[in-house]
Design a protein around this ligand. Structure first.
Ligand code: T5A
Ligand code: NA
Length: 212
């Protein structure tokens, strides 16, 4: 983490998983839960609205061809263009809930055969999340959900390869990573995540009292 554990800083929560694993659904649900306690911003990567994000969007929709290395760097740059804003919001006490982050960046590019450590390098120094919720689903569950198959990585072989990369300890080893079974009912999943997040907030409150 690039900052101290001040109790007034916003929480930074990230949702990761394969395509159609329910990241958007769950990240939006926890964001509305947290809004009861204070300011919250929801965001997602890729952020397709910036110029860099526009290029990524074209690439994902197969309207632009790029070398794997080049698009990897674009995904990372798309995070760096938001990084200062994330730090400022967290310092101002805003909680950030983020749908995909650097862990996707590494897992998807490494799945295409790029060197794992090379993939990690450009994201080094980005704000570190307080918690990562990884929604895991098997191939059949993902493929059965709506719209699967439209974009570049939405095929069984790629998803299987990405799933394997997400297990790598180099991704999950040094961060607060939690695996969540994403094949259950959305409300059941939300309840589990809500309990974990409420626990994180409670821990902060206790910590704040200890510091008095
Ligand atoms: N990528 C991304 C990289 O290669 N490098 C990077 O650095 C980054 C950041 C686009 C692609 O870019 C790659 C990864 C991706 O291939 P994206 O825009 O986030 O990334 O695309 P998806 O992950 O495909 O986003 P989706 O919106 O499709 O998936 P979500 O958010 O995981 O799933 P969600 O919540 O939208 O749900 C999908 C469907 O399932 C239903 C929903 O209603 C919806 O229809 N659903 C459930 N159904 C049953 N039970 C549940 N529990 C359900 N939860 C949701
Ligand atoms: Na999504």
């Amino acid at each position: 983490p690039v900052w101290g554990a001040g109790a007034s800083r916003g929480l930074f929560l990230v949702f990761e998983g394969l395509d159609r694993s329910g990241k958007s659904t769950q990240s939006r649900k926890i964001a509305s839960h947290l809004e009861k306690a204070g300011p919250v911003k929801w965001m997602c990567f890729p952020n397709r609205k910036t110029p860099i994000g526009n290029a990524i969007d074209l690439y994902l929709r197969r309207q632009l061809e790029l070398p794997d290395e080049a698009v990897h760097r674009l995904f990372s740059a798309n995070r760096w263009e938001m990084a200062q804003g994330i730090v400022e919001d967290l310092r101002a006490g805003t909680t950030i809930v983020c749908d995909r982050y650097a862990f996707s960046g590494v897992a998807y590019s490494a799945a295409k055969g790029l060197d794992f450590a090379w993939c990690q390098a450009p994201d080094r120094g980005l704000p570190c999340p307080d918690g990562i919720f990884f929604l895991h689903i098997d191939e059949k569950v993902g493929a059965a959900r709506s719209n699967f198959g439209d974009e570049r990585y939405e095929n069984a072989a790629m998803q299987a390869s990405v799933r394997a990369q997400f297990k790598d300890q180099r991704l999950r080893g040094s961060v607060n990573w939690r695996d969540v079974d994403g094949a259950r009912d959305a409300e059941v999943i939300h309840a589990e995540i809500r309990d974990a997040v409420d626990g994180m907030l409670e821990e902060r409150r206790l910590h704040a009292v200890e510091q008095l």
